[in-house]
Structure formats: C-alpha cells, structure tokens
Ligand binder design. Structure first.
Ligand SMILES: *Cc1c(COP(=O)(O)O)cnc(C)c1O
Length: 407
C-alpha cells in the first residue's frame, strides 16, 4: 500500500501547503496495535484533534479497524466526537471544576475522576441527568501528575464512589493509571508502577468495585509490555504511525506507517550570488553563487523555529535543509544551483519511503519529540484525508478518495 501525493487531484486542496492524512495507514496501524495486545480492547487516543490529524475522520477510521474505545483529554473534545455522530465508548480525562459534567453524562461519555472535588461534581450532575454517570477512577501509581494518590486518598475516593453507585447515580466502569517511563524499556519505575497498579486494583475490587476495564498501557507499553495490557490499552502516537521513542525502534521496526505527509509548494526559486545573507538575522550566508528556494510554511504553521538551520525538506528528489531562520510563514532552502520550477512539491515529512524526511527527523532537528511535530501543525494547513473507505484496504493502491473538507 503506497499513497503518493501525485495521485491526489491538485484542485482538492489549496496549493500552498497541506497535510495528507492516509487513513489506510491509520487503520493498518490500529490492526498492528490490536495484534500487539490480543487479549485487550484498544482505545484510540484522538485528543488534540487526533494529534493534529483530524479527530473525526481518524476516530471513524480507528473504529473501522477494530478500536472499541476512543480517548480524549478534554470533555469538549469528547463532546465534539459525539456531536459528529461518533458512536461507542468515549472516555475523557482532563477535567477542571465546572465541568461540563452534565453534558458528558448525557452524551454517554466515560468520565475520569482523580479526586473528591471531581466526584462531588459528577454526582451533582448525575442527580439531574437521565442516566447514571460512567465513572473511571484514576490513581497516580507513580507518574506524579493527575490521578488520586494511593493510600488513604484512594480509599476515601473508592468508598465515596461506591456509595454513589449504590444510590444509582453512577457506575464505576474503570480503574486506571498512566505510565511515566514506558518509552524507556527496563526503567525501574515501570515495574514499580505495575505493582502499585495491582495494589490499587486489589483495594478497589476488595471493596466491591467490578470495573469493565482496568488499564494503564500507552503506546510504548502496548508495543513492549504485555503484562501491562490488562483489559484495555490506550494508544495514541502509534495509531498515527510514529514510534513512541527511538529507543523502542523506528516506525518500520514496529510495523507502523506514518499517517501524515506534510507538503508545501515551492513559492519562488532565484539565483543569488555568494555572500548573500538569508532570512532574519542572516544566520546563513550563501557560500557561493547558488539558487534559493522559498518554502511557504513557517512557525505559524507549526514548523518549529528551533529547527532553523537544520530542518530537512525533500525538493526535486534531493534532501535540503532550512537555510537560516524559520520565519512565521516561510523559510528558505539552498538549492545548490538547481532550478526546480515554482510550484514544485516540497515534502517536509512523510512515511520516508520516497526519500523524504520523517516527523522524527524534524523532532531531532528541533530538539523535541515527533509527538510535538505532528500535533502542532497549524490550522492554516488543510488536512486532506485519503483512503476513507475501509472496505478498500485489501486493494488500497487502487482507491484514492479525497475529502477536501479540511477537517
Ligand atoms: C496521551 C495519552 C495517552 C496516549 O499516549 P501515547 O504515548 O501517545 O500512546 C494515553 N493515556 C493518557 C492518559 C494520555 O494522556
């Protein structure tokens, strides 16, 4: 299965830049993750607009490929999926006082509760709602971020949730936690968190909690740590075909295929003499007479300014690097005398099999992780979803559908 941007009618998207989103690749990644965790259900994490890939089409594609849960950070993200008609189980976990608890309960969304203030608010919302709330209790087993502290706090939270369950106001559907260092196989915190997770499960189950799902695994744990799979795994970055960390392997090592290809149309090619300063601050000076190509995307589009002088781009079959500063809307590459016509496709990143850089290459150039590269691609870049039809997966090469809606 190969998706080549040339196959897509150019009229379907503005020429300046676009992010091609290969939903056949996404579905294949979901199948790889299901095979990696055969005893567990798979939650596709589609927070932050599916890591920049477009939440609704990615959610649909993940469900088509066998994910049975969707996960978001905020309740607003979860409600937006429901509003778009997405069925099935949806969970969200990043709550602040004020809700919207009532809306989430009535939209049949599983809500996470990490402390008493949240339990009190969800109970209050459930009193007026038509259905009991679905509540998943989260414990902090060692991440040191969200989640209820094990010990007395956990015991009080479980007791209070059980009382509300007995009153018919809620159902405790899940017990869960999150890893700190699953992307560093062998890190001692992993075993420590697993054992604390078993303790918080035993305490809650000993008091009578009967969760549908117990879960702690993110993408790296899904791929490398079978003992962490329990009833459900929550995979985000791997769904989008990106390795959670170079330490675990490349996307190809893991059988994953990057879903996003970011391209831009070269806006200008011109000859310049040697000694010509390039872009703000003149951090690059042409070493001799050469040609410069203008790439019409910049940090407002999510191209990291930290990758100035380093960010890679494939232009006319050759790997070039940002010459000088990346500006808000554009940056420049030294084309070394080549003169591709304006309008030539510049590939910033993609799966890598056309010789183009990957999001991981940009992450290295910017001193960050590939999660941040794809997630921060801006709203000014239209997402063009291809391979919408799951039935065509066996013969994906033959079918390129374009949804130019930009969602
Ligand atoms: C983002 C997130 C995930 C997914 O993490 P990946 O490393 O992208 O798989 C899982 N669980 C929680 C709580 C998250 O916030």
């Amino acid at each position: 299965m190969t998706v080549i941007a040339e196959n897509v009618p150019l009229s379907s998207a503005p020429a300046r830049a676009r992010a091609l989103i290969d939903l056949a690749a996404l579905r294949a990644n979901v199948r790889v993750l299901r095979e990696a965790a055969p005893g567990a259900q798979l939650m596709a994490v589609v927070k932050s607009d599916a890591y920049g890939h477009g939440a609704v089409p990615c959610a649909r594609a993940a469900l088509d490929a066998g994910a049975t849960w969707l996960g978001t950070a905020t309740p607003e993200e979860a409600l937006a999926l429901r509003a778009a008609g997405i069925p099935g189980r949806i969970m969200c976990w990043l709550w602040t006082p004020g809700g919207p608890w009532r809306e989430a309960v009535e939209a049949d969304i599983d809500v996470s509760v990490s402390g008493m203030w949240a339990l009190d608010e969800v109970i209050a919302a459930a009193r007026g709602a038509a259905t009991p709330a679905r509540v998943q209790l989260k414990a902090d087993t060692g991440l040191g971020r969200n989640g209820c502290q094990p010990g007395d706090d956990w015991e009080r939270l479980v007791d209070a949730a059980l009382r509300a369950q007995a009153d018919g106001l809620l159902r405790i559907t899940g017990l869960w936690s999150h890893f700190a260092c699953a992307d560093e196989p062998g890190h001692p915190s992993i075993a420590a968190q697993l054992s604390r997770f078993r303790e918080i499960l035993a305490l809650a189950e000993g008091k009578g909690v009967t969760p549908e799902v117990r879960h702690i695994a993110n993408s790296p744990a899904t791929l490398t740590l079978p003992e962490s799979h329990f009833d459900l795994v929550r995979s985000g970055i791997a769904v989008y075909g990106i390795s959670p960390s170079p330490e675990i392997g490349t996307a190809a090592d893991l059988g994953l295929r990057p879903v996003m290809t970011l391209t831009a149309s070269v806006a200008l090619v011109k000859r310049v003499p040697g000694g010509h300063g390039v872009s703000y601050g003149h951090h690059y000076t042409t070493p001799g007479a050469t040609t410069l190509g203008l790439i019409p995307v910049g940090y407002a589009d999510g191209i990291p300014r930290h990758a100035s002088d380093r960010g890679p781009v494939l232009v006319g079959g050759k790997w070039r690097t940002a010459a000088g500063r990346i500006a808000m809307d554009q940056f420049v590459v030294d084309l070394g005398g080549d003169e591709p016509p304006a309008g030539t496709e510049a590939v910033l990143f993609g799966p890598g099999d056309r010789g183009e850089p990957t999001a991981e290459d940009w992450a290295q150039a910017a001193g960050t992780i590939a999660y941040e590269i794809v997630t921060r691609i801006g709203t000014r870049v239209p997402r063009v979803h291809v391979h919408l039809d799951a039935d065509a997966d066996a013969d994906a090469d033959a079918d390129v559908d374009v949804d130019g809606s930009g969602t």
